[in-house]
Ligand binder design. Sequence first.
Ligand SMILES: NC(=O)c1ccc[n+]([C@@H]2O[C@H](COP(=O)([O-])OP(=O)(O)OC[C@H]3O[C@@H](n4cnc5c(N)ncnc54)[C@H](OP(=O)(O)O)[C@@H]3O)[C@@H](O)[C@H]2O)c1
Length: 325
Amino acid sequence: MVHAIRVHENGGPEVLKWEGVEVSDPAAGEVWIRHTAVGLNFIDTYFRSGLYPAPSGLPFIPGNEGAGIVVAVGEGVDTLNVGDRIAYAGPIGSYSEERVIAADRLVKVPDDVDDKVAAAMMLKGMTAQYLLRQTYNVTSETTLLFHAAAGGVGLIAGQWASHLGATVIGTVGSEEKAELAKANGYTHVINYRTEDFVERVKEITNGKGCDVVYDSVGQDTYPGSLDCLKPLGLWASFGQSSGPIADFNLGLLAQKGSLFATRPTLFTYIATAETLASTARDLFDVIQSGAVKIAVNQEYALADARQAHEDLEGRKTTGATVLVP
Ligand SMILES: NC(=O)c1ccc[n+]([C@@H]2O[C@H](COP(=O)([O-])OP(=O)(O)OC[C@H]3O[C@@H](n4cnc5c(N)ncnc54)[C@H](OP(=O)(O)O)[C@@H]3O)[C@@H](O)[C@H]2O)c1
């Protein structure tokens, strides 16, 4: 018997319960891992609330990111050994002391990357990777807007985009967060609670607009984000921290300059063992070179996941958060 957070009914943070659960032996192609750190992500709140249905139905163990150590390997697993340090993003079920998981979803953690950093960066860092390097190829010619710049994905993306030489504009919800964003690669930071971000982006870009807008806020920044783009610009809508966009109007893309729109998700970009390995490799490279640093700004006991969710949804956290089993 080990302990895990389980959700028996969808709802607020109070539905996260700390319980004893059984872990069964790994089947062929699987390994048994013991978590040393678990990453907290906004997507965990979508599964908890029911906005995204859990694939296995109720009850389920939430969590999509973790790091730990291999304690047993199933038949046919020849890429991992007992004692290997590993980390992953998805499949769901990381809010547990121990779990069984498909071996081909794991990556080995380099010796110079700490467990908490690994747990904090797999989902958020690989998201920054695909958004900046695959959804759009950010270069020194690029001007981009990234909403929620001081958040988990936001602080990584700011440093990475700056490293690629882009002009990086970010939005944040407080002055403290503005300072943090400026220290993490953002050239211009807008407080979208006190300033009109569309007007500010026009001023900053001399009326030209951005090549790409990365929008994970959703309801509150739509359709304003479309007005921040150049003609033929790309709107990458990759989340909904303020709530889902209720009525997406395709016609607006024509009216606002033949815009492109995409609604990407990390799990498409790391669907195969090859794309997972190449995306993770690119992430480890920028971490190991020092170009991108992972800020683990909050730590909670895994048993206190409820408090962590309240703080994340209450906009109290910055950078990454880990839950410690
Ligand atoms: N599609 C994908 O592949 C993918 C992968 C990873 C993450 N995501 C999305 O990216 C976003 C960021 O994820 P994260 O885990 O790094 O979270 P996060 O950015 O650390 O936290 C969310 C932030 O959103 C901002 N926000 C704006 N309006 C909000 C509201 N009404 N309620 C709560 N927060 C609000 C807050 O920052 P301010 O106070 O500065 O506004 C808050 O700190 C999430 O929407 C997540 O779903 C998508």
